[in-house]
Design a protein around this ligand. Sequence first.
Ligand SMILES: Nc1ncnc2c1ncn2[C@@H]1O[C@H](COP(=O)(O)OP(=O)(O)O)[C@@H](O)[C@H]1O
Ligand SMILES: [Mg+2]
Length: 498
Amino acid sequence: MEGSDTLEWENTSEIEIPRDPLSRVIGQDHAVKLARRAAHQRRHLLLVGPPGIGKSMIAQAISFDLPHPDHEVQVVHNPANPERPFIETLTREEVAQREERLAAGTGKLVKPQEVPLHAAEKLGIFCSRCESYSDASEMICNNCGAPKARQPKSDNPFQDLVGFLEISIGQMAGKAGQVRTTRTKADGTEEVVVYELAGDMVMVLDEKALSERREQDMARPRKVLMPIERRTFIMATGASETELLGDVRHDPYGGHPNIGTPAYDRVVAGAIHEAHEGVLFIDEVPHLGGLQRYILTAMQDRNFPISGRNPQSSGASVRVEDVPCDFILVAACNVNDLPAILSPLRSRILGSGYEVVLDTTMEDNPSNRSSIAQFIAQEVHQDGRIPHADRTAIDGIIVESITRARRIDNAPKAITLRLRDLGGLVRCAGDIAVAEGSETIDGSHVEKAKTISVPAEEQIRVRYGSFKEGMASDLTEAQKLTHPHHYWNENVNPPGYE
Ligand SMILES: Nc1ncnc2c1ncn2[C@@H]1O[C@H](COP(=O)(O)OP(=O)(O)O)[C@@H](O)[C@H]1O
Ligand SMILES: [Mg+2]
């Protein structure tokens, strides 16, 4: 059986890419099954295998299978001992209630039309050119097309794309979306008023409301450490100690009540905390070295203190106990690195999860050939710069995937699952198609790509006859005289270096 005579598609554009992220992982049925279980039952996972076969993909896909986080975590000022801030955990409901209370307790909600024009214009809900109202998230008046007043100035060439995002984040932080002005009271005196965007409405805060809000803030100063809306996938590959475990920033004034930054405000969450209720992904675990044991402790206790990790810093005297970090650990490594993983960490994973060795090939059968076609469709979709592949191109890539299974993994009648590299072939063929002005990738593009998309070692082998030959031929004259390329390998103690 050559090619794809059993395929039902003529072009990869006909292939529907599954919505479920784990269904996009090709050929790792066992690992995917355990990944689903890990998400459901909150189990840990160790994925073992060579690069480019879907380890990161699986880890990320698990996070999509998890429910949204249920808890927001805050650090709260401790008046009795500022260097020992508390942790407070709020449920999603409590977060919503708090927001309602804040809104109700302080200002007054009014319609945009009730706001003075100059304030409405600054808020970005009113266009003074055509005198119409529109949503603040629109950068340009949708009536007359003029840019709105509060459009931030920026050098970003992608401002058309990111502008909205910048503003909406700014609003959440309470920076943009707020106008401070004054108005004359009935008795003739002036007072400060703040107009604040609040959805479709505008919140008006007079002096009384402002001081109420300030009091509320002052009573129990706090900072949100892990907001309720947060990502459920945190990558901690190669993280430093502070990135992994959190830190307390330095304050040159040592947290002095008047001029310094209070301790609670300097607390920074680590990756293990950010992954609370989500996935903590660590690729190449052994590279974490000694930090592995902290992960172990965090997994055991499901909480881990945050303290200043630099002894020179004023943060070192600050410590927050019991910061929650209930994550699913997804760790990945190469087969060779397995012995370098801390054994109690592995026993933790095995005790409450699974270790899976991923496959490097899959059987050559019609269903798996279809999966390769699906893979091509996914790569085309993901890349976004190359056209879809026609039947002859799918055929060519399937043939190559069989050749690679035989050549790299010595597997007869199999299809390679080293799909990152195969994706490289798809992209290379796609680039050739684009360069030739073709609207689809066809077999001829794949044939050409096969000669280009080869590892450097292979290219050297072809050009020089053998890899060694190639290495020798590229030495400079000086190197040849003093240091042949294998010199340092073959002479453990070269003269002068004993
Ligand atoms: N099993 C697979 N199914 C579908 N695509 C894959 C698979 N393995 C690798 N890929 C492709 O290769 C890319 C890199 O894979 P990745 O998950 O990062 O590999 P690993 O983590 O094992 O090194 C993915 O983004 C995807 O495009
Ligand atoms: Mg990876």
